[in-house]
Ligand binder design. Structure first.
Ligand SMILES: *[C@@H]1O[C@H](CO)[C@@H](O)[C@H](O)[C@H]1NC(C)=O
Ligand SMILES: *[C@@H]1O[C@H](CO)[C@@H](O)[C@H](O)[C@H]1NC(C)=O
Ligand SMILES: *[C@@H]1O[C@H](CO)[C@@H](O)[C@H](O)[C@H]1NC(C)=O
Ligand SMILES: *[C@@H]1O[C@H](CO)[C@@H](O)[C@H](O)[C@H]1NC(C)=O
Ligand SMILES: CC(=O)N[C@H]1CO[C@H](CO)[C@@H](O)[C@@H]1O
Length: 499
């Protein structure tokens, strides 16, 4: 695959995955998957690793370097991107020693023969997101350099690569109207010089440039964004600068980056798409049908190897977002944030998705096995209690502040249901979050425990049974620094509207 690759390591990884898991469809750049675990009762890493293997997924991108997760990956052959979260950046920037210790504890510890196949270290996650107000602007590059040095000192030069996953908002910006088309692509003016320096440093060490691309957010967050253009196939838009034709915002975003890198002097930089995906709840456009369509189209797009107008006939290097729903993620960007999983919280697949890219339409991903659920008990509103609406509302608020009510929000799968069912949904989630403690199903006497599944049959709104797992460490829980995915490019929208 193109430049900036350590071909020996890559061939090694591909061979290992062939030997252990057989061919993964037609990709020679195997499919990657983001694995976040910001959940109340996260599936044990051993179960997730088995699920990854069962589905032929041979590369994962993590958001930290959790010991239990990495322990479960030992001997799996799965290629791993570990991460130093944003809140560590200032420490890593301020001292070479801190970076050396980070690498020792979070990389070297696992790279013994037969250990973990660590390929990348992510330094921060979308650190230049506009919503962060420049908080990580001065520390990201120094932290990257210290981690690069630490990796090199530990003997990993050319084997393990430090990179920075960026949000697409490192491109363009309101001040650059030409950037509405890919041929106008530049880095955001306030960080353009910094991005050029970082890119030079990535290039020097042979590391890829990593960008997250979200057609869903283009659609969800911009009024009038053409629906078809978020998908693949039915729109065609001409870039007035280059006359190239684009069929979707994914390719347009990709080429905007290619153009920005070219302008900065790095036309051949290897690009990784660190995240791409579609959520299934919490927004009007976040439906199972759209997610199924989008993710299957992405798989087909990858396997076709047509590339983009600026990089034709090349393969994409992509990590899907994401593996599982995460019911404790920050919902600042929107309620959909907790529903990006291709699998539900419990490792059950949501819809058919052919990971091989052969476009098979009825193949479901393989579910997690040996999952331990709590008992089949639900907490619901006691319709025989005398219900004071104010008291009910107060208790729903209490439950919702302490559990996941994202499906109850406008556009969510339970939004249209009547108030009692919504209240039951909130009560039940609180009860499950608290491991079915009987005192967690009282709510001023308004609630009652039942073994009958209260999920309405004619909607996607599903009452859940909690999992019988307690997180082993605090890792991930409430770690909102890793959770923003908002803010995106709205490339080609205005030119589209002229066609
Ligand atoms: C290892 O990584 C984790 C997650 O990034 C971090 O919390 C921990 O402090 C790191 N260890 C060292 C010694 O820096
Ligand atoms: C960024 O600034 C805005 C407006 O001043 C503020 O509301 C927000 O909390 C800040 N965000 C961060 C991450 O500092
Ligand atoms: C980053 O550095 C600039 C220039 O030294 C300074 O003005 C700015 O306040 C710093 N930002 C942060 C978040 O520390
Ligand atoms: C294109 O549009 C047609 C008609 O609206 C629809 O049936 C088809 O699924 C669309 N194709 C894609 C790839 O979105
Ligand atoms: C512009 C630049 O520095 N490009 C370099 C990026 O890395 C490749 C591979 O190491 C070099 O061949 C390029 O010269």
């Amino acid at each position: 695959m193109k430049l900036c690759r350590n071909s020996v390591a890559l061939v090694g990884a591909v061979l290992i995955s062939w030997v252990l898991y057989g061919p993964v469809g037609s990709h020679s750049e195997p499919l990657g998957m983001n694995w976040g675990d910001i959940s109340r009762q996260p599936l044990p890493p051993e179960i997730v690793v088995r699920m990854l293997k069962d589905n032929g997924i041979t590369r994962v991108k993590l958001f930290d370097a959790d010991y239990n997760t990495l322990k479960a990956l030992v001997g799996s052959g799965i290629e791993v991107m570990v991460a130093a979260p944003n809140d560590l950046l200032s420490r890593l920037a301020s001292s070479e020693k801190a970076a050396h210790e980070w690498v020792k504890e979070n990389v070297t510890r696992y790279t013994f023969p037969g250990g973990v196949n660590i390929k990348y270290v992510a330094v921060g996650n979308e650190p230049f997101l506009i919503a962060y107000n420049g908080t990580y602007q001065n520390v990201t590059f120094p932290a990257l350099k210290n981690i690069q040095k630490a990796l090199s000192d530990a003997g990993y030069a050319g084997k393990i690569f430090a990179t920075v996953p960026f949000n697409a908002d490192v491109l363009c910006g309101a001040q650059v109207p030409e950037c509405i088309v890919p041929s106008g692509g530049v880095f955001r003016p306030d960080i353009a010089e910094l991005m050029a320096s970082i890119t030079a440093s990535l290039n020097q060490t042979g590391a890829p440039f990593c960008l997250n691309i979200y057609p869903f957010l283009s659609l969800a967050l911009s009024q009038g964004f053409p629906l078809d253009y978020a998908f693949f196939g039915n729109s065609s838009l001409v870039d007035s600068g280059s006359n190239a034709v684009y069929h979707n915002v994914f390719d347009a975003s990709y080429d905007t980056l290619v153009q920005a890198l070219t302008r900065a002097g790095f036309p051949n930089m290897h690009i990784i798409i660190g995240e791409v995906g579609w959520p299934t709840d919490g927004d009007g456009h976040a439906t199972i049908a759209y997610a199924q369509k989008f993710n299957n189209q992405v798989m087909t797009h990858l396997s076709e190897k047509k590339g983009t107008p600026l990089r034709p006939n090349q393969e994409f290097d992509v990590y899907l977002f994401g593996l599982l729903d995460e019911n404790l993620k920050s919902i600042d960007p929107g309620s959909f944030e907790r529903h990006w999983g291709i699998f539900y919280y419990d490792g059950q697949p949501k819809y058919p998705l052919d990971f091989s890219g052969q476009g098979l339409s009825n193949v479901f991903p393989k579910a997690a096995v040996d999952v331990k659920y709590l008992e089949k008990k639900y907490c619901v509103v006691n319709v025989n209690a005398i219900i004071d609406p104010d008291l009910l509302a107060k208790n729903v608020d209490y439950a919702c502040q302490r559990t996941d009510c994202s499906a109850l929000q406008p556009g969510g799968s339970c939004y249209i249901l009547d108030d009692n069912i919504k209240a039951s949904y909130a009560f039940n989630n609180y009860y499950q979050f608290n491991y079915q403690d009987m005192y967690a199903c009282n709510f001023d006497g308004l609630a009652i425990i039942t073994s009958t599944n209260p999920s309405p049959s004619d909607t996607q709104c599903q009452f859940q049974i909690g999992l019988n797992y307690r997180p082993k460490t605090a890792s991930g829980v409430g770690n909102s620094a890793t959770t923003f995915t908002a803010f995106v490019l709205v490339i080609l929208v205005s030119s589209f509207l002229h066609f």
